[in-house]
Design a protein around this ligand. Structure first.
Ligand code: ADP
Ligand code: MG
Length: 343
C-alpha cells in the first residue's frame, strides 16, 4: 500500500511519542495479543514497550539493530543540524538506538521453528551495541528506551514539559487501543495506569477502558455503506469518495470541550482530518451545546487514489481529493445513526 509506505518513509524520531509509535507498531507487526506501554516523565526519561509477540532469536535481534550501521553517525549529524528528515523505513530500531540508551530483551515464541529456550538481552548506547547476552525472560519482546536524545542536546532541549509529551504519547497509544479491541493495550505514566483494554471485547469495550463507562454506554453505532450482516440492506451513505464508514459516536449530551476525542482511521490507519471532525459536529446540528464536541471513533474505507496522507507525515494530517464529498458522506452517515437511535 503506497499510502502506508509514504507515511513510513517520512517518519522521524521527533519526540517520545514517535518512539512509542514505532515500538507499538513493531509489537502489532509481531502478532502480539498484549502490548504494555510504560513511560517516565512523559517518555523523556524512559519508554518501555512489552509484548507477547513472536520475539527474536539472538541473530534476529542483532540484525534488527545493526542494520544500516554505517549511516548512524551521519544520522546524528543530521539531527544536530536540524535537518530532521531522518526517514527510517526498516530503520526505526536503529534510529531510536542512535539517540538513546536502548535495551531489548526478547525470546522467540515457542510456536516458531527456532530455538525458543533462551532469551537474549541486547543493549545499545548512542548507536553502539554495548552488550549481547543470554537471559531468562518470557516469550515476546520488551524494548526499553532510556534518556532519549541524551547525545543530541539540540533535540533534548526541544522536548516539552512532561505533561505535554505525555499527552502526545497518550494520543498515540489511545489510537492503537481503540483500533485494536482484540489486543490488550495498556498505558502507564510515572507508575500510574492511565488505561488498560482487556483485548477480549469489541470497539465499545475498548472505548469503555479508555474513556470510561458513561461515554462507552452512550455511544451510538455508525455503519454505512456496508452490507448489513446476512441481509441486503446498506446503511445510509450517499455516493462519494468513501466506500464505507463505521464506528461509534457519542450521545449529543456526552461531550467534552475539545475536538480531540474524535478519532479517525483511514483504511485502518490513525489520521487527523479536520474535515471529518467538522462533519461529525455538523451531523449533531443544534443538539450540540456551543463549544461542546462529541466523542467519535470512525473508520473510513477510502480507495487509495482518493486520499493523500503525505501532507505532513509526522502529524498524520490527511487531505482528501474530494473533501466536500467526504464531509457530506460522514455527516449523512452520522446523522442517520443518531436518527436510528431517536436522537
Ligand atoms: P521495520 O519495522 O520497518 O522492519 P524496525 O527498525 O522498526 O523496522 O524493526 C526492525 C526489525 O526488528 C523488524 O523488521 C522485526 O523483524 C524486528 N522487531 C522489532 N520489534 C520487534 C518486536 N516487538 N517483536 C519482534 N520483532 C521485532
Ligand atoms: Mg518498525
Amino acid at each position: 500500500d503506497a499510502t502506508v509506505e509514504r507515511i513510513a518513509a517520512g517518519e522521524v524520531v521527533e519526540r517520545p511519542s514517535s518512539v512509542v509509535k514505532e515500538l507499538v507498531e513493531n509489537s502489532l507487526d509481531a502478532d502480539a495479543t498484549r502490548v504494555d506501554v510504560t513511560v517516565e516523565r512523559g517518555g523523556k526519561d524512559g519508554v518501555t514497550v512489552a509484548d507477547d509477540g513472536i520475539g527474536m532469536t539472538e541473530a534476529e535481534v542483532t540484525r534488527a539493530v545493526e542494520e544500516h550501521t554505517t549511516s548512524k553517525i551521519r544520522d546524528i549529524d543530521d539531527l544536530e543540524s536540524g535537518v530532521g528528515t531522518l526517514g527510517f523505513r526498516g530503520e526505526a530500531l536503529h534510529a531510536v538506538g542512535a539517540v538513546s540508551r536502548l535495551t531489548i530483551t526478547t525470546r522467540p515464541r515457542s510456536d516458531r521453528d527456532v530455538d525458543s529456550h533462551r532469551g537474549t538481552k541486547l543493549t545499545v548506547e548512542g548507536g553502539e551495541v554495548t552488550s549481547v547476552e543470554p537471559v531468562g525472560c518470557p516469550e515476546g519482546t520488551t524494548i526499553e528506551v532510556d534518556d532519549l536524545f541524551f547525545n543530541v542536546p539540540a533535540r533534548r532541549k526541544y522536548l516539552k514539559q512532561d505533561g505535554t509529551e505525555f499527552a502526545h504519547v497518550n494520543t498515540v497509544v489511545t489510537s492503537y487501543a481503540l483500533a485494536n479491541p482484540s489486543i490488550a493495550v495498556s498505558l502507564t505514566h510515572d507508575g500510574r495506569e492511565t488505561f488498560a483494554t482487556t483485548g477480549q471485547g469489541d470497539r465499545r469495550a475498548a472505548v469503555m477502558a479508555v474513556y470510561g463507562r458513561d461515554v462507552a454506554e452512550s455511544m451510538v453505532e455508525v455503519s454505512a455503506g456496508y452490507e448489513a450482516d446476512g441481509g441486503d440492506e446498506d446503511g445510509t451513505l450517499p455516493d462519494g469518495p468513501l466506500d464505507g464508514v463505521s464506528g461509534l459516536v457519542s450521545h449529543p449530551e456526552t461531550t467534552r470541550s475539545t475536538r480531540e476525542y474524535c478519532s479517525t482511521y483511514v483504511n485502518g490507519r490513525y489520521v487527523t482530518a479536520s474535515a471529518v471532525r467538522d462533519a461529525v459536529v455538523s451531523a449533531y446540528g443544534h443538539q450540540l451545546a456551543p463549544d461542546r464536541f462529541p466523542f467519535a471513533v470512525l473508520f473510513l474505507d477510502v480507495p487509495a487514489g482518493d486520499v493523500d496522507v503525505n501532507v505532513h507525515p509526522r502529524k498524520l494530517e490527511v487531505r482528501f481529493a474530494d473533501e466536500e464529498g467526504v464531509r457530506e458522506q460522514i455527516e449523512t452517515a452520522v446523522e442517520s445513526a443518531l436518527l436510528d437511535e431517536g436522537l
